[in-house]
Design a protein around this ligand. Structure first.
Ligand code: 5CA
Length: 445
């Protein structure tokens, strides 16, 4: 993409309404625009990162054996009357009437609808196990929408639902979600710690939240300092292998890690004092096992091998996809702007032409731009007629992990400059070497 033809409405001033750094940077970098409290338009660069996060979520869900579908944002109230949650959900639910005076709602989550799909089409244990998920907009009329996309009213969520014959099978599905979530966050360059949590309006007694440590997080968290260092890395996981998957979950949940809702001073006191940590965290996902809570009230049953009929065992599992953008920026920024991890960056690298209109620098930049694109990479070429300082400030603000700077002096020596946004370190090399280095960095990302 050429910056002169892109739509990147960066702001020079700090927007007054933003209280936390991620909100401020998303506005300044022209990623979002607020349309009403907690409701945002996703401008091109914000939309690009959002789509990238969606893609990673999809890839890891499919890898775990889960199946994508798409349910609507608007739902009939009757489904929620069946489960009893229509009244329970209170003012957080946006209720709408259609022209025939029928009660509708903008879905805050989809347990009822997915249970309805299941009961309409599945009848036998032979069709189990089954896990269906979608990535769809949700609406929750939050009392205090704030911090930009972090606590929105309209937000994008991945929500998945498992259907199993036995409690044991459903717990395997729970574990599978835990491991696939760990891998998802790691690929995004985030450390998200599974913490024992409270279930709230979803229900059930087995639930974990995934928290990204950040001073601006809304939850107080208590954890063993050794937990954030745990990593899945690139180990291959066989998601059908129950022992292996359960073993990984144990590895990640044995040490103490809880939110304020489930914190237990007596248990915490057993953590060696030097490892005890109190901090704040951003909840970027939550998994629930709730058994037959919805299947019983909504009549979602299956025939068992001995011919009897039982309500199906279920759980639900969510990732806050739009909230993740905020969490990523909270965890990756400096005083100049965002620092995207390579796994989620909107463009692979920036190209800065220090002397736009100069035959030599223009030709070198065009050559770099073409060579990178020919390799399937997606560079952002700052080809505007701007001062070098302004170009650097924009690149620092929008946070592309790598910048190639092309100026007449370097070209006279046959070199361009490759700069890491994270370390700030620069290296001179030939244009061809810079292209090869960028290709190598993104190989397998
Ligand atoms: N049905 C279950 C799992 S699919 C569910 O709704 N879980 S949840 O309530 O925990 O939401 C899942 C994730 O959505 C949360 O972990 C959080 O990351 C994100 N989320 C929830 N509310 C908001 C909000 N108001 N703004 C942005 N993200 C949110």
């Amino acid at each position: 993409m050429r910056l002169s033809r892109y739509f990147l409405p960066v702001l020079k001033e700090n927007p007054a309404e933003a209280q936390i750094v991620s909100h401020r940077l998303m506005l300044r970098a022209g990623m979002i625009k607020q349309q009403a409290a907690g409701i945002y338009s996703w401008l091109p660069m914000g939309f690009k990162v959002l789509k990238r996060l969606e893609q990673i979520v999809h890839e890891e869900q499919v890898r775990a054996g889960h199946i994508p579908l798409l349910m609507p944002t608007l739902q009939p109230a009757d489904l929620w009357r069946e489960s009893g949650r229509y009244d329970d959900y209170g003012q957080e639910m946006l209720r709408i009437k259609d022209r025939h005076d029928r009660d509708m709602l903008y879905g805050p989550t989809n347990e009822e609808m997915i249970t309805d799909i299941f009961r309409s089409h599945v009848n036998s244990y032979k069709d189990l196990p089954l896990t269906l998920y979608h990535i769809q907009w949700k609406f929750r009329d939050e009392v205090r929408p704030r911090f930009g996309v972090m606590r929105g009213r309209e937000f994008l969520m991945k929500d998945g639902y498992n259907f199993d014959l036995t409690r044991e099978d459903a717990l395997h599905a729970y574990n599978r979600h835990m491991v696939s979530y760990l891998r998802t966050y790691e690929r995004m360059g985030l450390t998200a710690i599974p913490m024992r949590a409270a279930s709230g309006p979803i229900g059930g007694d087995n639930t974990h939240e995934f928290l990204v440590l950040a001073d601006t997080g809304e939850s107080e968290v208590f954890y063993d300092a050794r937990v954030p260092a745990l990593k899945l890395g690139d180990r291959a996981v066989d998601y059908d292998n129950r022992e292996e998957v359960a073993g990984i979950c144990e590895e990640f949940t044995t040490l103490y890690a809880r939110t304020d809702e489930t914190h237990d001073e007596a248990v915490y006191a057993e953590v060696p004092e030097e490892h005890r940590k109190v901090g704040r965290g951003i909840e970027v996902g939550q998994i629930f096992y709730f058994g037959t809570k919805y299947s019983e009230s909504m009549g979602a049953t299956v025939v068992t091998p001995d011919g009897s009929r039982v309500p199906v065992e279920m759980g639900s599992h969510g990732i806050g996809v739009s909230r993740l953008l905020g969490a990523l920026i909270e965890a990756n920024h400096d005083d100049k702007g965002i620092i995207w991890p390579e796994g989620v960056t909107p463009f692979h690298c920036g190209i800065v032409n220090l002397k736009q209109g100069d035959t030599g620098t223009d030709a070198a930049c065009e050559g770099l731009y073409k060579a990178l694109r020919d390799l399937g990479l997606d560079p952002l070429y700052d080809d505007r007629d701007e001062r070098a300082g302004a170009k650097f400030a924009t690149m620092d603000l929008i946070g592309l992990p790598w910048r190639i700077t092309v100026g007449p002096r370097g070209l006279a020596n046959g070199v361009v400059e490759l700069t890491s946004r994270r370390s700030g370190e620069s290296e001179e090399m030939s244009a061809a070497a810079a292209v090869a280095r960028i290709a190598q960095i993104y190989d397998g990302v």
